[in-house]
Design a binder for this molecule. Structure first.
Ligand code: LER
Ligand code: MN
Length: 271
């Protein structure tokens, strides 16, 4: 399992659950200094990422790009893959596709989290899931050309009403076309709210899990809440999870201390 830390480039998301906030150079230098294997980037859009700079920062610091988030499509541009407006849906898909193309240059995955939207009185749940499925059936295979999966993240009930648990996610993936090329993101913060038992949910989802957001119960860095990590680590080992353990947590008490806290917890539990 590989350690990873998040870098947000989205001003509108200040105060959100990301560790580093001061640009790619600052984030990569600090990630390297602490011994992280990779970074996960949350950009406002592809135009905000200088790919030559990112390439040189990654190679100079021996880091991988693990994933790129698409949440700014919702947070900054108000887009959703389940909008009832076809033009809006197309714009949302185009936004995600552009992030897939950016991440793909680095062999990394794009993450669909808040871009999934919600069902509501005008859009029954089955119809919303069908729209989301349509988008992922198109976008997942698009990511294949880069040898990367598309990552879909079940979120807690306050952020979506589509898929809240790993089991919801597995059921949703099973409704997609063969070759959907989509894996689930197990975000321990969302799971702490929604799952009956986090470790059992991980075991049940098994190989469907392709990315992990490493965070504590209160969304502070791992070790600053009341999460019991031992059974979670055992479960990840039992499913032979070998991908990224990515710190997506509040920069509490501040970014440098949050990053240090996270790598210390990563080394304690996964080292
Ligand atoms: C949102 O709560 C979250 O966990 C992010 O990874 C998705 O954008
Ligand atoms: Mn997350």
């Amino acid at each position: 399992m590989k350690s990873c830390v998040t870098i947000s480039l989205v001003e509108e998301a200040r105060g959100g659950p990301f560790i580093f906030w001061n640009g790619l150079r600052d984030g990569c230098e600090k990630a390297k200094a602490l011994g992280f294997d990779a970074v996960e980037v949350f950009p406002p859009g592809v135009e905000a990422v200088d790919t030559d700079l990112l390439q040189s920062l990654l190679s100079d610091h021996g880091l991988e790009l693990a994933a790129v988030g698409t949440g700014a499509g919702m947070v900054k541009h108000g887009l959703s893959l389940t909008s009832t407006d076809a033009t809006e849906r197309q714009r949302a898909k185009d936004f995600v596709r552009s992030i897939i193309d950016l991440a793909g240059q680095f062999g990394a995955s794009a993450i669909i989290g808040s871009m999934q939207g919600r069902w509501n009185a005008d859009l029954p749940k089955a119809d919303a899931l069908a729209l989301l499925g349509e988008a992922i059936n198109e976008l997942g295979p698009h990511a294949s050309q880069y040898g990367a999966s598309l990552i879909y993240e079940p979120l807690n009930r306050y952020e979506t009403n589509l898929c809240n648990t790993m089991a919801d996610g597995v059921e949703f993936l099973s409704s997609l076309n063969d070759g959907h090329n989509c894996v689930l993101l197990a975000d321990l913060f969302h799971m702490n709210i929604e799952e009956t038992c986090i470790s059992q949910a991980i075991r049940d989802a098994g190989s469907a899990i392709g990315h992990v957001h490493f965070v504590d119960s209160n969304r502070r860095p791992a070790g600053l809440g009341h999460m019991s990590y031992e059974p979670i680590v055992d479960a990840l080992r039992s499913i032979q999870y070998d991908r990224f353990i990515s710190a997506e947590a509040f920069a509490y008490p501040e970014p440098d201390a949050a990053a240090k806290q996270t790598i210390d917890s990563f080394n304690k539990y996964f080292g």
